[in-house]
Design a protein around this ligand. Structure first.
Ligand SMILES: [Zn+2]
Length: 467
């Protein structure tokens, strides 16, 4: 049996205000705190399109390799549901923001059919004795990314959703937090054992990569069993239950005609010029795939290290700023994926919330690369800089962390050790070579452990042979 999957990805846009009113667009406020007559659908209230929503949506489309149309228009999608106070959603059915594009992952092309800008609905919260409504989310700008049915496995779907989420985050248009609902995925899935496409079902609002994987695997198997037992799959919308890992029928799938789409009479069409589009394109920071290529080819990082740095945009930005100051690509990458990551995850902070700066990280990497500090000292200095913001070099000097390569000073230390241990020196000369380790340790201690061990070793051998 062949599985055919298409996706509809809803991404909430990071704008200051909602799409058609000036209410704040933020998460975690008290229920119904961010509402006004427009987003509550009160009689007589008229929508005003937010320019920020259009620009952010266009930015998202461009970051996903998609076109932006010069002409777009809004339409009403009519249906009744308690979380939709107007009884229609403002969306773009006929003239969307983008007519799509292609994203390539591991040499396979996945086509996006269109991206449209629309408003989110409110939230229904079910309690033990009642269902209550919170309209804070009503009117929040959303984009819906509609793909062609180009996916044939869960692995491809997970990779695509992760790629979309990462690009949206890097373009600063969506925080893509699936657990908070700012990125939600609907999956259209059918199975067939012929060349004729099977009847598809839609799995609604999957809110984690794990749920997407489990829901697809369950539903593909369910449809297969229906077909093998001689039945036929019904075209319907299904809900995935996290607890049971099964999908359940919600309702028969609506037709486009059920929604009575028509042009939104309260809003004029939007024209975006080629110049506007170019300006928006120029404002997008370097996307993750491009950075990955730069890290692995130009900077010589291995794939795992590059991936780890790219996990968060702030982290990757920090790395880029640091190597711009001092191009120790691998040294800085190793410090970041080792000690820095340990510090930030231990403190549950983002790198930009610590006192570490790209300048101080570059300075530490420079000292380490030039053999002026050892690995332990680098860690010590990093931890100190992250907490205090102090200059790494002056901290290293004050705390005697700089490796002393001054041979006159080191010879003095060695002589002190040898004169204190004359008995051991003669035992050593009489063949007890095991004593070398002890003398070496004493010499390191005498130099405050700040000497380069290989230099001390060489000087000590010379001294013992001379005497
Ligand atoms: Zn409002």
């Amino acid at each position: 049996m062949k599985t055919v999957i298409g996706l509809e990805i809803h991404a909430e846009l990071l704008t200051k205000s909602k799409a058609f009113c000036s209410c704040e667009n933020s998460f975690g406020k008290d229920k119904n705190e961010n509402t006004c007559p427009v987003c509550l659908g009160l009689p007589g209230a008229l929508p005003v399109l937010s320019k920020g929503a259009v620009i952010t949506a266009a930015k998202a489309a461009l970051a996903l390799n998609c076109t932006v149309n010069n002409y777009m228009r809004f339409d009403r999608k009519n249906y009744f549901y308690p979380d939709l106070p107007k009884s229609y959603q403002i969306t773009q059915q006929f003239y969307p923001l983008s007519s799509g594009g292609v994203i390539e992952i591991n040499d396979k092309k996945f086509r996006i059919n269109n991206i449209h800008l629309e408003e989110d609905a409110g939230k229904i919260i079910h309690t033990c004795d009642a269902s209550v409504l919170d309209f804070n989310r009503a009117g929040v700008p959303l984009i819906e990314i509609v793909t062609e049915p180009d996916f044939s496995s869960t692995d491809e779907v997970i990779k695509f959703v992760s790629c979309v989420a990462r690009r949206l985050k890097y373009a600063d248009v969506c925080d893509a937090k699936m657990e908070e609902g700012s990125l939600r995925v609907d999956v259209n899935i059918s199975v067939t054992d012929t060349d004729i496409p099977g009847t598809r079902t839609e799995l609604k609002n999957l809110s984690s990569l794990r749920s997407i994987k489990r829901a697809i695997e369950y539903e593909a198997k369910r449809q297969e069993e229906v077909i093998l037992s001689g039945g036929s799959v019904i075209c319907e919308t299904r809900r995935f239950d996290e607890a049971t890992g099964k999908t359940y029928s919600m309702r028969k799938k609506e037709d486009i005609s059920d929604y009575r789409y028509f042009a939104e009479p309260d809003m004029p069409p939007v024209i975006i010029t080629d110049n506007d589009i170019q300006n928006i394109k120029d404002s997008i920071s370097e996307l993750p795939e491009k950075r990955y290529k730069k890290y692995t080819t130009e900077f010589g990082l291995n794939e795992d290290t590059a991936d780890l740095i790219l996990e968060e945009k702030v982290f990757s930005d920090f790395y880029d700023s640091s190597v711009k100051i001092y191009p120790a690509y691998r040294e800085i990458a190793n410090l970041m994926t080792g000690e820095v990551l340990r510090i930030v995850s231990g403190a549950h902070k983002k790198i930009c919330e610590t006192k570490l700066t790209p300048e101080s990280l570059a300075e530490i990497a420079k000292m380490s690369q030039n053999g002026e500090i050892n690995k332990n000292s680098a860690k010590k200095i990093l931890t100190h800089s992250a907490v205090t913001g102090d200059d790494p070099l002056s901290f290293a000097e004050k705390n005697n962390l700089l490796i002393k390569n001054d041979t006159a000073y080191l010879n003095e230390c060695i002589e002190k050790v040898l004169s204190k241990n004359t008995k051991l020196v003669s035992d050593y000369k009489n063949g007890n070579t095991k004593l070398f380790g002890f003398l070496m340790g004493e010499a390191m201690r005498e130099s405050d452990r700040s000497a380069n061990p290989s230099i001390i070793k060489e000087l000590l051998i010379n001294k013992l042979e001379d005497e």
